[in-house]
Design a protein around this ligand. Structure first.
Ligand SMILES: NC(=O)c1ccc[n+]([C@@H]2O[C@H](COP(=O)([O-])OP(=O)(O)OC[C@H]3O[C@@H](n4cnc5c(N)ncnc54)[C@H](OP(=O)(O)O)[C@@H]3O)[C@@H](O)[C@H]2O)c1
Length: 346
């Protein structure tokens, strides 16, 4: 089915795009916030197993800053379009796509490519949305919610009675994880960088919150756990919290470094694990946990169920236009955001 031309209002200019053009926030060279460039670009027709999507809401994630800055190498020659999750409408389907149709409201996660009005996706990477999950909640959930899912159900299977430590508790992933781990029956200790963030974390499943700007979080974790430590420490902060997080984990427990908001860990050595009680570790990524269609659908069913049943409420505290991506990244990298951030097409 052909994709009809659409009138789009972008930066107060009415642009007419033809079937193979869209508006995208490109990065030509990795660099600072100012590296974004809003441009009209060509996109290919969808192949037989692909769909053409029109975005309705675009989620923002810390991983987007890694691609923009160059911390993560570009998987293809620049320019690159950052962005790893979105809610969209199916505009056109490839000839072999049978389970999606034009007009379906869908969502997806992928490494990059969502900071734009339209994009092509493999149909098997896209999931249909339940009516009760709004555009902005879907856009905010596909990376952050699915990450909380695999961390708590896959990397370490959290069970009732476990005590866990989760850094950056009031962040995007952090607020999903607090509510989900609470639902699983764990005792959750969170760390945050301000009093306001502490209040938000306490309202989203965390039982104990430590302001690691003011308190020694290792001492506080040991106090809270009567000296025994936690079963698992989830650490996305990276260099600033390494190696202290290891000291919070009990013997034979697990340390899960899954991000590097403060910078990559530089000096990890295997002997650190034995020094802290024969700990287990992995450096996981969401994209391995949802690599197959079956795994993606199962994880989304679980996530959408949690959202529909009200076990998880998504705090969308920052809403911006796509053309404000530079400001969005500046706020995110400077710890000025709480919960989720979503960008919309104006
Ligand atoms: N491996 C995976 O599969 C996977 C998937 C998704 C996300 N992640 C990682 O999870 C982390 C959270 O992602 P998110 O999108 O939800 O971001 P976020 O938590 O909303 O934002 C990052 C937070 O990290 C904390 N932080 C501590 N030191 C920081 C520093 N020096 N600079 C910046 N932030 C600092 C800040 O909270 P405080 O002010 O409270 O300290 C900040 O708000 C990121 O590291 C991301 O890379 C990994």
């Amino acid at each position: 089915m052909p994709f009809p031309g659409k009138a789009l209002d972008c930066n107060a200019t009415i642009l007419f795009i033809n079937p193979v053009k869209t508006i995208a926030n490109l990065v030509h060279e990795p660099g600072p916030y100012s590296s974004f460039s809003l441009e009209e670009i060509s996109i290919p027709e969808p192949a037989a197993d692909e769909v053409l999507l029109k975005h309705r809401a675009i989620g923002v994630n810390f991983i987007d800053t890694y691609f923009r800055s160059g911390l993560y190498p570009y998987p293809e020659p620049p320019p690159i379009i950052p962005g790893s999750e979105a809610c969209a409408e199916v505009i056109e389907t490839g000839s072999e796509v049978t389970d999606l149709k034009v007009g379906d409201r869908v969502a997806y996660t992928g490494g990059y490519g969502s900071y734009c009005h339209h994009r092509i996706m493999k149909a098997d990477r896209v999931v249909k949305l339940p009516e009760t999950v709004s555009d902005e909640v879907a856009a905010a959930s596909m990376v952050k919610g699915l990450t909380a899912h695999y961390l708590l159900h896959g990397t370490f299977k959290v069970k009732p009675g476990d005590t866990i430590l989760f850094h950056a508790a009031a962040g995007g992933v952090g607020l999903f994880a607090g509510q989900w781990a609470d639902y699983l029956g764990a005792t959750i200790i969170g760390t945050v960088g301000s009093g306001e963030k502490a209040e938000l974390a306490l309202a989203n499943g965390y039982h104990h919150v430590i302001n690691y700007e003011e308190e020694n979080f290792v001492d506080r974790v040991m106090e809270i756990t009567d000296g025994s430590g936690v079963e698992v420490a989830y650490d996305s902060v990276g260099q600033d919290t390494y190696p202290h997080s290891l000291k919070c984990v009990k013997r034979l427990g697990m340390w899960v470094p899954f991000g590097q908001s403060s910078g990559p860990i530089q000096n990890f050595q295997l002997k650190d694990l034995v020094a802290h009680g024969s700990l287990f570790t992995t450096r996981p990524t969401l994209f391995d946990y949802v690599a197959t269609r079956e795994a993606l659908v199962a994880a989304c069913d679980s996530l959408f169920g949690m959202l529909e049943n009200g076990h998880i409420n998504v705090s969308i505290n920052q809403r911006f236009k796509l053309e404000e991506a530079a400001l969005v990244h500046e706020l995110l990298e400077n710890r000025q955001t709480k919960g989720s951030t979503v960008m919309f097409i104006s």
